[in-house]
Every structure is written in C-alpha cells, then in structure tokens.
Design a protein around this ligand. Sequence first.
Ligand code: MTE
Ligand code: HPA
Ligand code: MOS
Length: 826
Amino acid sequence: MNRTDAFIDARVGGHATESAAASNDTAIGVPLPHESAVLHVSGEATYTDDIAELHGTLHAALGLSRHAHARIVSMDLDAVRNAPGVIAVLSAADIPGENNCGPVLHDDPVLADGEVLYLGQPVFAVIAETHELARRAAALAKSDDVIRYEPLAAILTAAQAKAAQQFVLPPLHLRRGDPDAKIAAAPHRLAGTFEVGGQEQFYLEGQIAYAVPKEMDGMLVYSSTQHPSEMQQVVAHMLDRPAHNVVCECRRMGGGFGGKESQSALFACVAALAAQRLRRPVKLRADRDDDFMITGKRHDALYAYEAGFDDQGRLLGVRVEIALRAGYSADLSGAVATRAVCHFDNAYYLADVDIVALCCKTNTQSNTAFRGFGGPQGALVMEVLLDGIARELQLDPLDVRRTNYYGIGERDTTPYGQRVEDNIIAPLTDALLDSSDYRARRAALAAFNATSPVLKRGLAFSPVKFGISFNVPFLNQAGALVHVYKDGSVLVNHGGTEMGQGLNTKVAQVVASQFGLPLARVRVTAADTSKVANTSATAASTGSDLNGKAAEAAAQTIRARLAELAAKLLGGDASDVQFAHGSVSVNGGAMPFGQLINAAYLARVQLWSDGFYATPKVHWDAQTLTGHPFYYFAYGAAVSEVVIDTLTGEWKLVRADVLHDAGQSINPAIDLGQIEGGFIQGMGWLTSEELWWNRDGRLMTHAPSTYKIPAVSDTPAAFHVRLYENRNAEPTVFRSKAVGEPPLLLPFSVFLAIRDAVAAAVPDANGAPPLRAPATPEAILDALEALQVASVASTSGATVTAGTSAAQAPITSTAAAEPTERSEPT
Ligand code: MTE
Ligand code: HPA
Ligand code: MOS
C-alpha cells in the first residue's frame, strides 16, 4: 500500500477512492496528501519562528494596558529601559508615519496614544537581547509607577453598547416586502431572543513577525499572515515609506482561521518599527496569553427575532436584529456584519423579511474574521428560530426546514436580490437522510428517552448554504507566476497563503495537470509581495478558486508556447498536442517534457509567465445591501446525535453524518480534512469554547487551562463524512467549489441535538428549550432548570416566550447583566 492509499483508508466515507484509481498522479480529483504533510508530522516544516535568526537579532515584547478604558496621564518608561537586557523601549511617539494598522478605517493604533480603549491594548514595545528578557521588562507595564491612568467609563457588552447607541459603523438594514403586516396576519407567531458567544481562533502557531532591515530603507518582514500585501501596505504607511521598500513573505502559517487576515498587522508593524529604529533584525512572537489578550476573536451576538408562520411552519414574515460585539475599532466588522445579513436566510426562502445588524462598539479586543466571517452568526439564529417553530407546532424540525427551502425556478431570490441558481439542497438532504437513517433513529431515540431517566438522547439535522466570494467585489482578484526551468522542473508563486488548508497542494495539482507532470516536478514557493503584487487576503474560502485560476492561466500561456514548438518539431497541429505522463505527444510522435523544454530554451521561447484572474458576475451595492455578492453557493448538511447527562450537564456527540458539496473536488483527501476540521471547530464554538471577561473588562479565559477547544477525544466514535457528487454550475477551476469555511456551519446540528435532548428531559414543557450557546454543561443545566420552571408555570396558566432564559426580557439578556467576579486563574 502506498502512502496515498494509507491516507485514504484512514478516512471514513471513502468517496475519494473512486477517482484515486487514476494512474496519473497529477490528476485532478486524486486524494494526494498535503504537500507538506511529511514536514508537518516530522517537525521539519519551517514556520516564521523556525527561520534561522540572523546575527544581531533582537526580540520584542509588548507592554499592555491594564484598563478597559482610560486616559494615559503619564508614562515613565525608565524602569523598563533599565531592566536587564533591554536595548530600547518604543511608544507611539517613535512611529515615523501613521500610527495605524486598521484594515478599513484608520481607527486602530499600533501603540496606544493618549488613551487606551481595551484591557490588553499594547502601549509600548520593549526590545531586548532575548525573548525572555523582553517579556520580563514588558511585564513592568503592570506597575503604577510606569504608566499612570485616569480610568474612564467602559462599555463591555453588545447590549450595553446598544443601549448607549455606540457603534463602530452605522447599522445595516435590509428589508424586503412587508414583514410587519405578514407577521401580524399570520396564523402563528413566535418571538424570542438568543445569544451566542465569540470564539478565539486558537491557531496553534501564535502571531509572529520577524523584520529584517535592508539597504536603502528597505524592510523585509516575515509574517505569519493571511494577507502579505496588507502587511506590506500598513508597514510602509507606518514607516512613511513607499510600498516598494517593503517586502512581506510568508512560507506558511500554523493556522490562521481568519485571525491573521488583518490582525497580524500589529505584530508586523512593531517588529518593523523596531528594526527600522535599531537597524537590526527584530522578532516579535506573542506568547499565547498575550495573543489572547491583544487580538480580536469571532464576534459574539445577541439576537431578537419575531416570525409569523402557517400550520406547516412555513415562514410568512420574519424580523431579526443581530447585535454583534465589534470591540474598540472597526477592523473587518462591516464586512462581517454584511455577511451575517446575507446568511440569515441560510437555505430558506424569506419572502417578507427585515434584518438589522449592529456593530456594537465596546472596550474589548477588536473582533475580526473567524472561519465563516459572520455567516455562522447570521444563519444560527434562523436555525434556532425554525427549531422553535417546529416545537411550537409539534412537528419534526426537519420537516419545517424542508418546507422553507429555496425552490428551483420559484421562491429562489435571496433577501439581497441574488437568485439561487445552483440549488441542490433538497437532493443533498434526501441523500443524507437516507445514509444517516434519520427517521428510524428518531423513533429509536424516543424509545430510549422514554425509559432512561437521567441520560437523554437528542438528534438534529441542519443544512448549510454558504455564499462564495469576498462580499467586497474588488477583492475577488488574484495573480500567479509560473517558472519552468531548463531541467523541466516547475516553480509556482501565487498570491495566496498556506495555513494548513492545502491551497499549495491544490495549486500545484492544477499546474502539474496543465503540463502533464507528476506533482513532485512542481514546487510552490512562499507567498512574497515582490513576486505577485496587490494580492487579496487568503480568505472568504476563495484561495483555490482565485489562485488556482490565476496559476492555471499562467501555465496555459506557457503550454500554448510549448505546444506550438512541439507541433513544429513533431509535425501536426498545436491544438492537438497532448501533455500527459511527463511527455508531450502529437501527430503520432512524442518526446519527454524535459527534452521539449530544452529545445524551447534553445529556441528562445519564454518559459515563464504570469496569470491573472478576476471573478466574473459579482457586484454589490453597499447602500441598499443588494446585488450579486456571491459567484456561487456551496451546500452541505449534517445529522448529529448526542447524549446528555441531565444531572451534570455533561454531553457527548455519539454520531455525526455529514454530506458536503465541494463541487468536483480537486483533492478529496484535503476537502474531507477541511470538512472534518470545520465541523469540529464549529462544534467547539457552540459547545465548549467560552470567552469570559470580568467586570473590569479583563479577559479571564486567556489560555488553554480556561478556554477549552475540542480535542481528538471530542470527535464522535461514528463520524461519517462524505462528499456530495456534484460539479460547480459555474466554470471554476476544474468545476470545484470552495470548502474552507462552509463546513463550520454543519455542527449547528450538534447544538440543536443538545436542545433536542434537553427538550426530551422535560417533555411537558411547551416550546423550545432556552439553551444559550456555547452549550457548556452549565448552560445545559441552566436550560433544564428554566424548562422545569416553565413547565410548572405553564401548567398553572402562565405563558412563556422563547429565549436564552425564560425569565429574561428580550435582547438585554444574560450578556447585558453585570458580569460577575470570578477568581483570577493562577
Ligand atoms: N484550514 C486550516 N488547516 N487552517 C486554517 O487556518 N482557515 C480557514 C479555512 N481552513 C484554515 C483552514 C479559513 S477562515 C479560510 S477563509 C480558508 O481556509 C482559507 O483558505 P482557502 O480559501 O484556500 O480555503
Ligand atoms: N470574507 C473574508 N474576508 C473578507 C470578506 C469576506 O467575505 N469580505 C471582505 N473581507
Ligand atoms: Mo477566513 S474567516 O475568510 O480567513
């Protein structure tokens, strides 16, 4: 068994094996291992901190604010300067250019100037001989003698910010039809509130930058970033130099998950500032706790919703308000909120609808991109609403979902005006219900729950429709550079970055297939702003769609030149030339690829080319929130089964069945990995990962000791993940579909299954269990208790509204309450 076979056999589902039979190992659709898989597991893969340090390298650390909101009265940094090993201490006054690292608005200081806006904000940077000494000196920021503050009133939660009408950007409002009238006239109505927590990206490699000064005011910045071009731009502005003086390079990240789309900038800027001032290489590597304290996370959200519906649960009118906690600055919150608005519909047709999204300004970390980019926050509340409607009507939530699905040729226009033209959600659902045995298991569960007093099982289905493209149209462009060397080996550079998602493997497969070469003949280099200019972030799941197409275009240009020469040498027509299995053939003759390259070089044929791609069809009107923001949609669905312990609140995912649409997959092994990883990561968001700030605005969950991401033991014993047989309706690269983010929405089914189990525990209670997300054991116990109280109340005639807690008023729910003090972790 070769390595690839072993790789596939280790997977559940095994759709991949069908195409694996292909003998040409460059073939598209072959489940080849990640190009760096061996390096990842052997420890040889070079991350930014592994780059051999140049002689004279210094290390930076950041002094952080101790207040959520305060005026800086005075700073006396002498004690820091005199600490052992310290070479320099830098503050805002040392920045020659613009003191900003914000990606959209210029409201994000690199180092605080005069005022601190959140607890954890960098105020000064220490540069020392070693990483350890820099950290020790930076910790002096805790002393009152170093920085004196005048504390100001702080707003910490979205609810508080909403009450104070404090936003980083104006509210977004999308309305179609007359939802108020439709809700008023509907046979049934449901109103409620809901809340979901944020999520730390928890990339295993933390934020890091290594800046090396170059001649003539040049600066080379190695950065663990999803967005090298943005790092180049902000560093150039901050140093007050033209962009051509700055190069940013990223070989790979140990994960980004959105957290390095914009927020790698602060680290790149501080390292570059120090390197420029001291004329020495400077590295800034954030310790995990500092990374948690400084950087933004997924936006948590508070929702208030109201819907009118008929006897089948079909939505007639619906309103929702989504209040996102943006943090102290805008960062990417506008685009995140826009994606939330555009994903409230998820897979459902909403004829009459009103959606408001608020970017609440708070004195906390500036929340940012995280896998799904607002899409999960938009769609989750819809799924909770439909679950509530089903419970109200005592229907299977699955049937209520299907009743509301987008149609084909009718009921197919989204609230933002784009028609859903590639809808496959109904057949995908049927296939999954079949393979997961949903109906039979629902009956088995009811029988189990009837006889099990403490353990209760829950089952849920949830679908996903996710829009692919940056929702800012101009970002949908990419470039690539392909070199064929005289020995026939190929080097590819493209505008995307590798963060473990397998982008480089897919791009290499695309280029190798153009030349009919084995994958080993194609090498992908580090992302580098001096090779491809003005790139977009590797984000919005578009990495392989954009860069795959750009690299394909570059390779096609070279191949056309080679085909012309081959036809000249072998006779025949250039359009008949075949590139396969390492050789080039036409007109009955053939020659090895390397031999043709040699001939081409001698004939002075250009053996390298650039390539460019701009996604067609996309447009967007940010004023009316309408247009065609997505080139196409990716679909998926999942069925999850859980068991909860009603005495302790503990729970376990017993089985998950996933069917996901990656179009015609370029690499099924990588795509299955993305689906599994996205599922488990989304499950962590909705169940175990809980961010908690104390009343001073100090994030208390800033390390794995207090912040629980899923471990391998949290994956279900039965995990059936399969690709849905499909090809993209649009001519994307090999008709594939983006797969990076959409699977994060699949574990909605896990959360809903926990709700189902909670509901099963209190069968006489009316309506949906008031379970908040994340559904930690505490949240599960709270929901059980509230349901028991509600059940007693309803038998005595009182009415209950759906919500995170039956006793709470709409939207100003638990998150609005004063956070309670909890002891500091040691
Ligand atoms: N997979 C791994 N292993 N590591 C990551 O950081 N980021 C996700 C997803 N999958 C991520 C990942 C996010 S947020 C996005 S937008 C996409 O990958 C980006 O890569 P792509 O566009 O090439 O899919
Ligand atoms: N995803 C990620 N990043 C973005 C987007 C998006 O949709 N739009 C603008 N930046
Ligand atoms: Mo992904 S959140 O678009 O980096």
